[in-house]
Ligand binder design. Structure first.
Ligand SMILES: Nc1ncnc2c1ncn2[C@@H]1O[C@H](COP(=O)(O)OP(=O)(O)O)[C@@H](O)[C@H]1O
Ligand SMILES: Nc1ccn([C@@H]2O[C@H](COP(=O)(O)O)[C@@H](O)[C@H]2O)c(=O)n1
Length: 216
């Protein structure tokens, strides 16, 4: 039988390369190991479609500005999931800088984690969030991780990563993302492999959801 309880929604934010995705993955694994289903969503899937924009222009888009995202759609989807409705979750391609044609049908879950760079800059989304986390990793470490990831997984050259970093990623971090740390309920240092933070947060979420502790 499907639960009628509202899901707990956790937002995880921080700089690009801070380890949000890895931290989220570790949290999900820990909770699922204890039989607690978790749905993970990525704010990146809500980047605006650019099907109508020529490729030469897509590579110059500022992807580190809140306007690059369709936050209204994300808000609607979080509302639907809270009301036990499924959503058509968009897919995104970093190589073509636009959404894929086919969305994925996603069902609600008792715990939902959404991760992304701009989540804590969007006050209108806060009503959906039960808990807000900021992953706080030094920017030089973030840049190194991003260099490796974007050249290996996102089809970028070292030059394009460096140029984009100087032109938009770094200035937008200081303008939007860093100040949004003030809205966090919890700040996690070091990033994805902070297993103390993973254990503390998973135990908290499990207790909130089930009323008993992980070891009961
Ligand atoms: N603590 C860590 N130690 C080593 N590598 C890490 C750590 N956290 C993240 N990474 C790696 O750095 C890259 C960026 O991490 P990711 O979780 O994708 O960051 P974000 O989602 O914040 O952009 C990935 O390749 C990831 O595996
Ligand atoms: N077409 C795109 C879309 C986004 N980006 C960069 O992705 C970063 C956010 O994703 P993380 O997983 O790193 O948090 C953001 O900083 C954008 O610059 C891109 O390069 N191209």
């Amino acid at each position: 039988m499907q639960s009628t309880k509202k899901p707990i929604i956790l937002a995880i934010s921080g700089a690009s390369g801070s380890g949000k995705s890895l931290f989220t993955q570790n949290l999900q694994l820990t909770l699922e190991k204890h039989g607690q289903p978790v749905l993970v969503l990525q704010e990146d899937h809500y980047y605006k479609t650019q099907d109508h924009v020529p490729m030469e222009q897509r590579i110059t888009t500022n992807y580190d500005h809140p306007d690059a995202f369709e936050h209204d759609l994300l808000s609607q989807h979080l509302q639907d999931l809270s009301n036990s409705k499924s959503i058509d979750y968009p897919s995104y391609c970093y190589k073509t800088h636009t959404r894929l044609k086919k969305a994925q049908k996603v069902e609600p879950s008792p715990i939902i984690i959404i991760e992304g760079i701009m989540l804590l800059t969007q006050i209108q989304l806060f009503d959906h969030f039960d808990f807000k986390v900021f992953v706080d990793t030094p920017l030089d470490v973030c840049l190194m991780r991003r260099m490796l990831r974007d050249t290996q997984e996102r089809g970028r050259s070292l030059t394009s990563v460096a140029t984009q970093y100087e032109q938009t990623v770094k200035p937008m971090y200081h303008k939007f993302i860093r100040p949004s740390k003030n809205f966090a309920d919890l700040i996690v240092p070091h990033g994805g492999e902070n297993f103390l933070a993973v254990d503390v947060l998973s135990a908290y979420l499990f207790k909130q959801r089930n009323g008993n502790t992980l070891d009961d």
